[in-house]
Design a protein around this ligand. Sequence first.
Ligand SMILES: Cc1cc2nc3c(=O)[nH]c(=O)nc-3n(C[C@H](O)[C@H](O)[C@H](O)COP(=O)(O)OP(=O)(O)OC[C@H]3O[C@@H](n4cnc5c(N)ncnc54)[C@H](O)[C@@H]3O)c2cc1C
Length: 284
Amino acid sequence: MYWVAAKRCWPSTSRWGPNAQFAFPASGGTGAIWKRLASRLRGDVRTGQAVLRIDEAAKTLLTSDGSILSYGSLVATGALDQLVAMTAGAPAHVRQAATALKHTTVAMVGLGYKSPTTDRRSWLYFPGREAPFYRATNFSRYAPANVPRSDPSRYSAWMTETSLPAGTLLDEAALVEECDTALRRCGLVPDGAQRVSGHLELIPYAYPVPTTGRDTALARIQPWLESHEIYSRGRFGTWRYEIGNMDHAVTMGQDIARRLVHGTAERIYTVPRPAAAREAVHGR
Ligand SMILES: Cc1cc2nc3c(=O)[nH]c(=O)nc-3n(C[C@H](O)[C@H](O)[C@H](O)COP(=O)(O)OP(=O)(O)OC[C@H]3O[C@@H](n4cnc5c(N)ncnc54)[C@H](O)[C@@H]3O)c2cc1C
């Protein structure tokens, strides 16, 4: 692991949150964490095989290669609205509730420069109109292997994230150019730095939006799924941005496994209660 200390860049560190310091893989990017974890799994692990349909009464699921698999308990980490849509017996009120769940899409633009980074900050937010992205990440600072190994001291890499309403039509080439221009305009990439790479990844389900109707919808969906031993966990499985980071997702995975095997309580995930029920309990 390679350590990045964001707080070193800022004089007042006491108000920084739990991610003021974090570990990052020395090579392989963020995905290296999960590849290493997956390499320790034994047993029947199948990838590239999407679940298309769930028969919750028969406790079987159909995958994209036509296999039908049986299960005892099902832990699902895909998007909750899609899970409901593919579950054969989901009643109308559960299907209706799933339509209330809102999400955003993110266009992630990766840009490489033949020029070392001149900025010591790890990541920055852009709330205004100065840039098309809301966040820029200084990836060459995370680990030297995030830029060409031939000579890391001569290259830099930035990742920008632009939020879009789900379903937006996007001119991808134009956005790559706009992000490059904005990085230079904001002084994060030096004038005259040669751009050597640029690509865009569209993340259709990027942020689960905590709308006012969300908890009511979740309170209709999750208990019904659990009554059929389907446990939806993770960022879009719970549709709760508040517990939507990687550490939360891993903890939720550990917890549901322990609950199903040992009967122990989950630490993060709780059954959502709609606002009206919360008010009744708290007398407000
Ligand atoms: C732009 C962006 C930046 C982020 N930055 C950070 C960050 O800096 N730090 C941080 O901690 N978190 C960050 N996150 C959040 C982080 O990505 C999530 O917390 C994490 O990926 C959630 O893990 P998960 O297992 O719940 O879901 P996912 O990682 O989405 O995994 C769900 C899995 O389910 C699979 N799946 C879905 N449907 C099916 C199906 N029908 N059949 C079979 N498989 C299916 C998918 O292929 C996927 O592999 C970021 C997220 C985004 C979008």
